[in-house]
Design a binder for this molecule. Structure first.
Ligand SMILES: C[S@@+](CC[C@H](N)C(=O)[O-])C[C@H]1O[C@@H](n2cnc3c(N)ncnc32)[C@H](O)[C@@H]1O
Length: 278
């Protein structure tokens, strides 16, 4: 059964409104190297728990993964999922739009001697459908949905590129340290704009198209030191106010109380959704 989505649940208006509230430029003036440090933090986060997130996702998908699978991962980032996934399949094509991330991921794969991942610098939303039609056994994206303006097109493109399965992994909930630091520093009640939860949108869109999704959840933990935690929080707050030296010091001071033995452990959850190509 396929419904005309606009006459069923109108998710577009909600999606556009939510994206408008959260996709904002980052204003950070206290450290000209913030971007470089933050990039390194993303790799350090995966080292801190030995790719627990990716390992949990792979475990969760073990019923469908096969050693002869060719996989397309969209928005691979630091390889959080890519690296554990590569251990279970024949080949992963990791598509990533950021040139800096592509270089850093390539280096990480080299260091780890992972040879079955091909990193491609490309904008997924601009990839011509005929070029990837039915090329992969699994098309997967993790922590990617907020990057997408046109969710319906993204899902259609995922299905076009797959000959067997598609999967979406999306983290759920934002840690108290982010919410409470935002309220203290910005002096504004937190309105949920940093929540990563977006899994309901593909669920609604695909359900309206008659797809039956398999859903489950995973848990994992991320360890950060004080500097990493302050930068993590700053990456959200900097979308609402300029983070200059004074604000940066206030953030560093505020996050101190969340540390235990100099580290903060974030307990996280994520939704895992997969469906079969019909
Ligand atoms: C939040 S990160 C997620 C990284 C990783 N998949 C994970 O699970 O942690 C999203 C990644 O998608 C990349 N990205 C954003 N838009 C993209 C696009 N249109 N095509 C390919 N990659 C994109 C970003 O550069 C970023 O590295």
């Amino acid at each position: 059964m396929e419904h005309e989505s606009s006459s069923y649940i109108d998710w577009r208006q909600v999606w556009n409104g939510m994206r408008k509230a959260r996709i904002r430029p980052l204003r950070i003036t206290y450290d000209k190297d913030f971007e470089r440090h933050f990039l390194a933090d993303q790799f350090a986060k995966d080292q801190s728990n030995n790719y627990e997130y990716g390992r949990e996702v792979v475990k969760n998908l073990s019923g469908l993964l096969s050693s002869d699978f060719e996989v397309l991962e969209i928005g691979a980032g630091p390889g959080t999922l890519t690296i554990p996934l590569a251990g279970k399949v024949k080949m992963v094509t990791a598509m990533e739009i950021s040139a800096k991330m592509v270089t850093a991921l390539g280096k990480e794969l080299g260091n780890k001697q992972v040879e079955n991942v091909e990193v491609i610098k490309n904008d997924w939303m601009k990839v011509a459908e005929y070029k990837v039609k039915g090329k992969f056994d699994l098309v997967i994206c993790s922590h990617f949905l907020w990057q997408v303006e046109d969710l319906e097109l993204h899902l259609k493109k995922m299905e076009n590129a797959s000959r067997k399965f598609c999967a979406i992994i999306q983290p759920s909930g934002r840690d108290a340290v982010v919410r409470e630091t935002y309220e203290a520093i910005v002096s504004h009640p937190y309105q949920g704009q940093f929540e990563p939860d977006a899994d309901i949108f593909p669920y609604i869109i695909l359900r309206q198209k008659g797809r039956l999704l398999n859903t489950s959840s995973i848990e994992y933990a991320i360890k950060r030191d004080r500097q990493q935690l302050a930068r993590y929080v700053t990456s959200f707050i900097g979308r609402y106010i300029e983070v200059d030296k004074k604000v940066s010091e206030a953030i560093k001071e505020f996050v101190k109380k969340y540390l235990r033995n100099d580290f903060h452990i974030e307990q996280c959850k994520a939704m895992v959704m997969w469906w079969r190509i019909v």
